[in-house]
Write a new protein. Structure first.
Length: 231
């Protein structure tokens, strides 16, 4: 199976180079696509230093959902590996663990379980599930079938994918990224703007589902999970 790695990026000049360095030369990846979603920093400049990357540049910020859809449509593989651009301590082994259950037929989709902020981290470690994680490996038709338009809230991508997983009885495996975390918004842009960014994210999610529906989705995703992949 051919695998395309897609990385949506918005003002990720500080971290995307590290992620691409880890991905470089990975034997399971045939294609790497970065979507610069209207960044105002040097994200595209950093990406252009990596000659093996296909760069898609959006003139203005269109949101994660639309950016990822553009990359999926441009991809040439039947398996998609979706990674966030701000991952810290990612390894090639983590990438392999996320891919293998899908290529070996044990899962239709894998999602990561990474380190979060202290309070949230305790919760996800107890339930062994993070329904908002952006690190996923799945068959291309999953995302191709989502009703994503230019008006789709960017941060709603993961919960839309979760809904599709549940409706279609996809086999789900959670992969433990024990040491991986993302660079939090407060680390990137400061406490005030970081908190505003977090609020914006949850407002966008609440445009496609109520808080009650979100809790229900969390419960159903935990039940759908067939195995916690730790190897």
């Amino acid at each position: 199976m051919k695998i395309s790695c897609i990385i949506p990026a918005y003002n990720e000049a500080e971290t995307i180079g590290n992620v691409l360095t880890v991905i470089k030369g990975h034997p399971l990846l045939q294609e790497i696509i970065v979507v610069d979603d209207g960044s105002s920093d040097n994200t595209s400049g950093i990406v252009k230093k990596f000659s093996f990357v296909k760069l898609i540049t959006c003139k203005k910020n269109c949101g994660k959902a639309s950016a990822v859809k553009k990359a999926v449509e441009a991809s040439r593989s039947n398996i998609i590996l979706l990674l966030d651009a701000d991952l810290i301590h990612l390894t090639k082994q983590d990438i392999t663990r996320l891919i293998r259950p899908v290529t070996e037929g044990d899962a239709d989709i894998t999602i990561s379980l990474r380190k979060l902020k202290p309070i949230l981290n305790e919760f996800v470690r107890i339930v062994k599930m993070d329904i908002f994680t952006g690190d996923r490996c799945f068959k291309k038709d999953l995302l191709a079938n989502l009703p994503i338009t230019k008006n789709t809230p960017g941060y709603s991508l993961e919960v839309m994918m979760n809904d599709y997983i549940l409706k279609n009885d996809y086999k789900l495996i959670v992969v433990d990224f024990k040491h991986v975390r993302c660079l939090y918004k407060v680390d990137k842009i400061g406490i005030l703007k970081g908190l505003q960014g977090e609020i914006k994210m949850f407002r966008q999610i609440l445009k496609v589902m109520t808080f009650k529906e979100m809790v229900r989705q969390y419960y159903r995703m935990i039940k759908r999970r067939t195995f916690l992949y730790l190897a």
